[in-house]
Design a protein. Structure first.
Length: 491
């Protein structure tokens, strides 16, 4: 596998501490990285993928890590987010995605995402109407007051604590939108404090308590970072908050009320971590990049799966559905939607082989309510697990695959059986041993061995996919040497 070339979107100047740490972490992981400001990128129909990115004249980047969008006009920000949308649509792993950034930068939308996910948040109201905002402030005000914030903004800029409705007034920094939250009083009135947890992937990698004799407590505003204990409850809440907005990494801000209950205040999709780094020995940048590259591998596997399914559809072959022929009460669109629905689960790194098969088939069933890809899921799930180790050659991939197949469990068999029953393929009969309608007593590899003589997919499990590696792959490589049309080569 070639060295990945990653683009790091950051500020033109400034942010040297964070960008430098990220560049060092990428190099340590064996990746090439080019630092670029989104302001220097654009759309160009003559460029690869229709995008112009300095340092990537011949191809799109293998991944994009977004450190900063940078300030700009509405039109400039829209263009930059459009570039991120386009990269993701082209199959490039983007941390954070444009969708996640949009949800986080809009404080009201972020809270709405938390609310829909059932996460604890303070009562909040957002409105363009001044009179509505004043009336809402009256209902939010308690002995400890309320908080008025700009809808967009970070580092505590423009945030005010109010005690009277009259303190809600038109202000240029609010941009005509009034975002109000009930203030969460903590057990100790002073010094003021809150928590910042840094989420990366599916875990919290660092956290700090921010303490200040004045409010707000942001480090940028003079707050002091202090070490804190990251309890399982706080870890779970912060991870769920990041998942609610679709963020790969995020800074999650919380406050603990007088009873010790945490409340989500807001979330930052491009968080700084200099304060958090000062109170932990763990190298934050290294962990962020390690998790990003894992996510990139997942994206690459999901994209490869979708592409393989697409090429299978465009390849003309007898007796099956392809772009020129529907069949078996199924259409090409059914298969395309199935690939899109199942790909995330085939590629999900935290799932076992059996779990991937079960989840992918369930997603397919929900999308098209018919069996379009049971065989594909059964065949591809072990390959996806093997590909996570970044094999460099087909031989290395097959070697990894052999290890994956060898350690399949009875639980993998149970999950695969559940998937088969859900898909209910035509011609599914009964077996005298380890019938799919019963509870398996042996591993998934052993059950496949029992069916190997009558089923080519089961047979593939028993010989480490000999049909693919010994026969199909050499023929595909030979065809690709004669044509650049992948679909024609597959046919």
């Amino acid at each position: 596998m070639p060295t990945p070339h990653i683009v790091l979107f950051s500020e033109d100047v400034g942010d040297e501490w964070h960008s430098g740490a990220l560049i060092d972490a990428f190099k340590q992981q064996g990746a090439d990285v080019t630092r670029v400001a989104l302001a220097h990128c654009g759309f160009d129909t003559s460029a690869p993928g229709g995008l112009s990115i300095p340092g990537f004249a011949d191809r799109l980047p293998d991944g994009a890590f977004v450190r900063a969008i940078s300030t700009g006009t509405l039109e400039q920000i829209t263009l930059r987010l459009g570039l991120l949308h386009a990269l993701e649509a082209a199959g490039v792993c983007v941390w954070n995605s444009a969708d996640a950034i949009e949800r986080c930068v809009d404080k009201a939308m972020a809270l709405q995402c938390f609310h829909r996910a059932g996460l604890p948040i303070p009562k909040s109201v957002t409105s363009e109407e001044l009179q509505t905002a004043k009336a809402s402030a009256s209902s939010l005000l308690q002995d400890d007051g309320a908080v008025l914030k700009p809808l967009f903004g970070s580092q505590g800029n423009g945030v005010r604590r109010i005690h009277y409705p009259e303190e809600v007034f038109r202000s240029e920094e609010l941009g005509g939108v009034y975002h109000l939250q009930r203030y969460i009083p903590t057990a100790d009135a002073k010094p003021f404090s809150d928590l910042r947890l840094l989420v990366s992937g599916d875990r919290v990698i660092a956290g700090m308590k921010r303490s200040s004799p004045t409010w707000p407590t942001n480090v940028h505003q003079g707050g002091a970072p202090l070490a804190m204990e990251i309890t399982p409850e706080l870890n779970n809440l912060a991870v769920r908050a990041a998942q609610a907005v679709g963020a790969g990494y995020a800074g999650v801000d919380l406050m603990m009320d007088k009873s010790g209950k945490p409340h989500l205040i807001e979330i930052n999709s491009n968080p700084a971590w200099k304060g958090s780094q000062s109170v932990t020995e763990l190298n934050i940048a290294e962990n962020l990049i390690e998790d990003f590259l894992k996510a990139r591998a997942v994206t690459a596997i999901a994209t490869a799966f979708e592409n393989a399914c697409a090429h299978e559809l465009t390849a003309i072959k007898p007796g099956n559905v392809h772009i020129f022929r529907a069949g078996h009460r199924m259409t090409v669109d059914d298969f395309a939607r199935s690939a899109m629905a199942s790909a995330p689960f085939i590629a999900k790194s935290s799932l076992t082989v059996g779990q991937r098969i079960k989840a992918a088939v369930a997603a397919t069933n929900a999308a098209v309510n018919c069996n379009t890809n049971l065989g594909i899921c059964l065949l591809c799930a072990p390959l996806a697990v093997a590909a996570q180790s970044h094999p460099l050659t087909p031989q290395e991939l097959r070697s990894e695959l052999a290890e994956v197949l060898e350690i399949l469990t009875i639980q993998d068999a149970e999950d695969a059986y559940a998937a088969i029953r859900l898909a209910s393929p035509a011609g599914l009969g009964n077996a005298t041993k380890q019938d799919v309608n019963a509870t398996p007593q042996v591993t998934l590899l052993a059950t496949m061995a029992l069916a190997a003589e009558r089923d080519r997919i089961a047979n593939a499990y028993t010989n480490t996919y000999d049909d693919i590696f010994t026969h199909a792959l050499p023929k595909l490589e030979a065809s690709l040497s004669e044509t650049s049309d992948t679909s024609q080569a597959v046919s």
